[in-house]
Ligand binder design. Structure first.
Ligand SMILES: [Zn+2]
Length: 156
């Protein structure tokens, strides 16, 4: 799935899990038009969460509730250990390569970590829904979409 497909499927899932809601009348409007005031300027209501315009916020909530975000520190450490050796000889000591790197240059470590994570996102392995505050594995998101496809088909 490319990003557009992922986003549009997540939006469809968000629509199917939420309900049109007239905020002025404070009523659900399942047909898409409020029966009381005939407005079609409706919010989306997500039971137990609240109501807002649009579905972007619902997509965020569904992802946060159902998927684990990526621990970027752990992912970067793993990559470093795979690329270099797990331990490094310093004088007569064998030390953890990751620990030595972090201790010696914590700023350099953080910059390289950020670049690595950005690279994974550019490669289409990671995806963010909040401008990079947290990332998810795309394959986890695809799995979530597949698990919810039946809901989409019912809605069609
Ligand atoms: Zn209304």
């Amino acid at each position: 799935m490319d990003l557009n497909e992922i986003n549009s499927k997540l939006e469809s899932i968000a629509y199917s899990k939420s309900m049109a809601f007239c905020y002025s009348c404070y009523k659900e409007a399942p047909t898409g038009t409020c029966k009381s005031c005939h407005s079609d300027d409706l919010m989306r209501l997500l039971p137990d969460s609240g109501c807002e315009y649009g579905v972007d916020w619902i997509v965020k909530e569904l992802i946060e509730e159902n998927l684990n975000f990526v621990d970027s520190e752990e992912v970067f450490e793993q990559m470093i250990e795979d690329c270099y050796e797990e331990t490094t000889q310093v004088g007569f000591m064998r030390l953890s390569t990751v620990q030595v790197m972090k201790d010696q240059d914590p700023i350099g470590w953080d910059i390289a970590k950020g670049e690595y994570i950005d690279g994974l996102a550019e490669d289409g392995q990671l995806i963010t829904f909040n401008n990079g505050s947290s990332y998810y594995w795309i394959h986890d998101v695809e799995l979530y979409i597949e698990e919810n496809l039946d809901i989409l088909e019912e809605a069609c």
